[in-house]
Write a new protein. Structure first.
Length: 397
């Protein structure tokens, strides 16, 4: 086995069990290691620190699989890790009975570069690192054994794979994908999932609990849902008793799916729903110009800042939509605002929203701090995993 030796005084993060080894921390690689091969990580003084997947093309030069010198990285290792990750979800009270669940959440489950989501009998896997690519067969086999699923579909088409020197992969890797439209029940609402072409692995499972909260807050309120995608928040608002819901997205196909989702749920008041295909930034300005007002405004935009390098530009975009969101609220109204940008931390996001409230001349207070559902855990040693953050802010009467 090849050995990756760190430079002097570069082992601190590893000893604190952070799994990433950056290129600038590496002094040398002893022996031959191809992309995805397992290497032992050693300190300058030859102390064993971890067993990692080597990635010569990435700035994250290695990702640690295990900090245990006695643990081998083999098929049995992945069988144990995957089974443990699935078992944790099966034992969580709020996840029991859910048809859509994240089974593996990368580093937080001790499997860097591995994402797996279950939608009924189908598991969608996304492999984004050289190590995960190397052990694809072992990971797929372990998922089938741990879940008894009928199909595993691979959605390894994320741009981050190019940073690892990997080509995109898309298609069935086990079983047969059902011919009919895949539909899950979430919080009493039927939602279609497009595992082949949809965002992420086909659906935004991380917002499950926040959609439930939306239903609780929407009763008797007029609702504006921006960046609505396939209308998860909109349908929950209708289920909760919203008087009317306006949903905006720039994607026509997403809005077509949203309308189909509404049709799948005949108990909802379809006449209370309206749809607008438009650029959200421009639509917010137009609504403000028309002096429209709502009791609940939801802002769930796409990722504006994939890394800290994009934070300044992203901050301006977040400020803009939140400023207009506050201006559109009736007295006592609630703004539910989210950021899924890894480059925007929770403290910075709150500062941005606070600045938007100040510029909108509203007195607002946080009534809920919002985060990802519990099947998207955050490893204490890997704070970067806390990508989704949100605030529910109520303005004064």
């Amino acid at each position: 086995m090849a050995e990756l030796v760190l430079q002097a005084n570069k082992e601190r993060s590893v000893t604190r069990r952070h799994p990433w080894i950056f290129a600038g921390s590496v002094a040398s690689v002893r022996g031959r290691a191809k992309p995805g091969d397992t290497v032992d990580v050693l300190s300058e003084r030859e102390k064993f620190l971890g067993r990692a997947a080597f990635s010569p093309h990435s700035q994250i030069r290695a990702r640690i699989w295990s900090f245990d010198a006695d643990e081998s990285i083999d098929h049995a290792f992945f069988k144990r890790r995957v089974a443990a990750s699935v078992a944790r979800r099966n034992g969580h009270p709020s996840l029991v009975g859910q048809q859509g669940v994240r089974l593996i959440h990368g580093e937080s489950d001790g499997l860097p570069g591995v994402i797996a989501d279950r939608y009924g009998s189908v598991v969608v896997v996304q492999l984004t690192s050289a190590g995960a690519e190397k052990w694809r067969d072992a990971i797929v086999t372990a998922l089938v054994q741990a879940t008894g699923c009928a199909c595993v579909f691979e959605r390894s088409d994320s741009e981050v794979r190019s940073l690892e020197g990997l080509e995109p992969r898309l298609g069935v890797v086990y079983g047969i994908l059902p011919g009919e439209q895949l539909v899950i029940m979430e919080n009493g609402i039927q939602m279609e999932v497009d595992v082949e072409r949809g965002h992420k692995t086909g659906f935004y499972l991380d917002q499950r609990d926040n959609r439930r909260l939306t239903a609780e807050l929407a009763k008797g309120r007029s609702v504006l849902n921006c960046f609505c995608y396939t209308a998860g928040f909109s349908l929950q608002a209708l289920a909760g008793g919203a008087t009317n819901v306006l949903s905006i997205d720039s994607s026509g196909p997403a809005l077509d799916a949203a309308r189909r989702n509404l049709d799948r749920n005949p108990s909802l008041n379809a006449s209370a729903a309206s749809w607008w295909e438009a650029d959200v930034f421009e639509a917010l300005r137009q609504l403000c110009a028309e002096r429209r007002r709502f009791d609940l405004v939801i802002l769930d935009p796409p990722k504006f800042a994939p890394s800290a390098a994009h934070a300044q530009r992203a901050a301006r975009a977040y400020k803009d939509i939140n400023l207009h969101g506050f201006r559109l609220l009736n007295p006592g109204g609630i703004l539910m605002s989210y950021s899924c940008s890894g480059g925007i931390g929770a403290e910075l996001f709150q500062s941005i929203v606070a600045g938007a409230a100040l510029d909108a001349s509203v007195d607002a207070r946080i009534i809920h701090r919002l985060s990802a559902a519990p099947d998207h855990p955050i490893g204490l040693a890997v704070p970067e995993g806390e990508y989704l953050k949100g605030l529910a802010c109520q303005v004064g009467y």
